[in-house]
Design a protein around this ligand. Structure first.
Ligand code: HEC
Length: 208
């Protein structure tokens, strides 16, 4: 999809806003079915295993979103960032206009296949490798990374040290120790199926 960036009129002081809006209007990731029937079946089984071993506890497959309208400066911006009451103009982007086939639940929420809960979790000793405590958050706590688009976005984890998806999974510990062990204990073929499923989550045009 080619988007025309519609905010050229912004002045220099609004660069940050322009960048934010640019990011907000990038194409959303998609799910791309593999080429062969065998791979498609493997990916479908992998999707089931993802639920069975409870990866989905943190990587929530569908996040309900009440409004697809993105507002900058937004009401949820953290302290010391501009909020709607601080500015004379807010920019509004209707994200549903950029993605025609957004799924909805029966309450009218848009269902975003983000595969994250947007929360921080204790990830254990392997991912506890920051020297600096920032914002008072213990260094083994990390935000669940979205798996939406993961196949197009290596390397993995907050520090990018994992080049393989399987490596990223095996470094999980702490609150995800149970799921990490369940993954490690799968038959090799089942591990491959789970990875085949994750490889279907791509950014449009991204390479496998
Ligand atoms: C307790 C919550 C939790 C559970 C359960 C969990 N994860 Fe994660 N996952 C995370 C967090 C937090 C990160 C980010 C860690 C980091 O940035 O260092 C992450 C990162 C990842 C990544 C790297 C993504 C990227 O783009 O860098 C993959 C792949 C992944 N998880 C797959 C899985 C799979 C497969 C399972 C099931 C075996 C699973 N996760 C279970 C919390 C969880």
């Amino acid at each position: 999809m080619h988007l025309v960036f519609p905010f050229r009129g912004l002045n220099i002081g609004a660069h940050h806003t322009a960048l934010t809006l640019f990011q907000a209007t990038l194409p959303a990731p998609i799910q791309v079915a593999p080429n062969t029937r065998a791979e498609r079946e493997a990916a479908a089984r992998g999707r089931i295993i993802f639920e069975q071993i409870r990866c989905s506890e943190c990587h929530i497959p569908e996040m309900p979103l009440a409004s697809p309208e993105f507002v900058e400066s937004g009401p949820f911006n953290p302290e010391n960032n501009l909020r709607p009451e601080d500015v004379s103009t807010t920019y509004r982007v209707d994200l549903s206009a950029y993605k025609e086939d957004m799924k909805k639940d029966d309450k009218g929420n848009f269902l975003i296949p983000a595969f994250t809960d947007l929360k921080r979790h204790d990830m254990g000793e392997f991912l506890d490798n920051e020297a600096l405590v920032q914002g008072g958050i213990p260094t083994q706590f990390w935000l669940t990374r979205k798996l939406w688009g993961i196949a197009s976005e290596p390397p993995y984890l907050h520090h990018g040290h994992a080049t393989l998806i399987s490596e990223a999974v095996l470094t999980h510990g702490g609150g995800a120790q149970k799921q990490r062990n369940a993954f490690a204990n799968l038959e090799q073929a089942e591990q491959a199926e789970l990875l085949e499923f994750l490889l279907t989550l791509r950014v449009d045009g991204g390479e496998k």
